[in-house]
Ligand binder design. Sequence first.
Ligand code: PEP
Ligand code: MG
Length: 754
Amino acid sequence: MSGVGISAPRLLLRKLHQVMAGHGDAEQRLSEIVHLIANNMIAEVCSCYLRRAGDVLELFATQGLKPSAVHQTRLRFGEGLVGDIAARARPLNLSDAQSHPQFAYRPETGEEEYHSLLGTPILRGGRVIGVLVVQNRTRRTYTDEEVEALQTVAMVVAELVSSEQMIAAIEFSDAAGNATLPHHINGRVLAEGLGAGAALLHEPRIEVIRTIAEDRAKELHRLEAAISAMQSTVDKLLVATDTLFSDESKDIFEAYKMFAYDKGWLKKLQEAVKTGLTAEAAIKRVQDDTRARMKEITDPYLRERLSELDDLANRLYLHLDGRTLIDRRNLEQDTVVVARNMGAAELLDYDRRRLKAVILEEGTRSSHVAIVARALGVPVVGQCADILENVEQGDLLLVDGEHGQVFLRPGEDVQQAFARSQQQRAQREAKYAALRDKPNMSLDGVPLSLNVNAGLLIDIDHFPDLGADGIGLFRTELQFMVRSQMPKVDQQTELYSRVLEKMGASPVVFRTLDIGGDKLLPYLKTRAEENPALGWRAIRIGLDRPALLRSQLRALVRAGAGRDISIMFPMIAEVSEFMEAKAILNKEIERAGQRANGLPKSIQVGTMIEVPSIIWQLPHLLGEVDFISVGSNDLMQFFFAVDRGNPKVTDRYDSLSPSLLLLLRTIAEHCEVAGKPFSICGDIAGRPLEAMALLGLGYRNFSMSAETLGRVKEMALSADIGRLENFVRGLCHSRDRSVRDQLRAFAQDHGIII
Ligand code: PEP
Ligand code: MG
């Protein structure tokens, strides 16, 4: 197999094309194909393994191995070299395959005489549907051109394997016969709410009809034309976005535009055409590669970037075949968008009136798309395995973003039940809206402060509709996360000023950057950590990189000129950390005092209580701070030693366990003694039963996600705190795992609505 040059694949492609267009059954054609590949690539062996149900790879055709091994040799995904190629979805190039630790000897194949091996996955829509392998007797490393050539050929094989006739022969897809049956998929709630509509595939499925180019120059020209059409669409998108959205969204679009002009990506496309593929096939080739890489990459930022490239490839396809892009801004019917994953920019691209929900195969609660969806009020269910393999464009989808369930092509009974849930939710919302103007106080007249957590400008726009007292936690990192570059002091100042201006007399507590852990900034490169939640994050970054913290505090102090402003620091573990952070703030205040703009009328400085160690220093801390706020999400994570992002353990310990309640009471007691204001802003503040327990523990100030405010207010209006206090404080000393049942029974007996 010496030197398969650039032109060789072209020749091979032509011959393959003839086989594809010829007659004979699919398996016969596959045999012809492996024969052709072996001859053309001067390899002694060429074998094709296809995926069958249960993730088994079966030898379907071979030139060079013993013919009797066909349909006999089977390997599981991950087993042997072939299984390894499939599991990793990456090519493998070995000069001595038998010395590789993954090598699994199969005597029935007679492959012991062959030393070098080059294998590549056969991909369809990013899914591995088989493996194509060539082998040689001599020990040699295959050239890059040869690897590319085999990958290209694998595409043609994918085309054959995906033909209906072949699918029938292979039955490789478990879902093949299920295309019209109702289907129920469990996922995770990424954004709450209920939504129903017709499925719209975010990445339209594109069938490449012609793989091999008849006229290379013409194909190159078609590709160039599609690229410039795609680029100008993206440019227009950016102009349109300018007037529609806030800075944070514009920034996302800017990053998207950068990719549309990315030289490396465009060059890859052109090179694929130069090997003899049609423009469509070239895009598919590069896209398959991107998708396979996406499967391997765990870094959330890189994954989002790759998904942007994937989206751009789809746009290119549509420009090529003259189809107009589905006008995402003007959808014709209620729509549920289904995607493997998507960037926040792409979500903003859809018509908000018609977009009822989003379903993702991947996605996490902290991904940008989930953050923006929550701000827009679009329900999202993520981590829905294989939804894309089962859904067809236009299928009816019901998305239950309360329980993390998706119903595909549901029967009449499920549709009716879902409609009832929607009605109930609407009634609940109407009921909460009616409570909006009632004063926030308990049944026995104890005044309460009910606030919301926020972080995007869209949150501020919705604020007046909520009936909240203020923003108890402004997560400033969200503004940093949705940008492609670190915002400068001026940009930050403008943003915080806008927030303060829009909020008027309603208070806002700005939390300084809480990055690290699962909140990554694209432009702040940090080393991978074994335990990121316990690692370099939040105030630790702020103190180690004071320039970052300083610039944010400068912006906050400037934005607060002439106003009252509250600032708090996250993840404080010791008093000394607070003192250090406060010293930086004091310098900024001093600096602002020397400038003409003026100082804030008042500055309240506080900390989050998230790390248990600080609780033993509360008497000292409370002497220094103006207020504290309990971040129960992280506090629980560290208190119970459970990763808050790991579904295997997150529910292991109950938020209504006596030990946690006692801890929360201890914090409240310290604050009461010191006479310092305290609040709670973790997730539990937004859950009615937990919030009821918190009332009993002495908490009067809550900050929660906006959609939970109505429920908590309804509970508080019906609760007699005087009665609650004795009961809940008694439960703190229980030996039970959880006191949830006792609290529920109390609520029922005392007419508290939970
Ligand atoms: C918390 O930890 O409870 C909290 C409110 O902060 P975040 O969820 O942003 O970490
Ligand atoms: Mg936290």
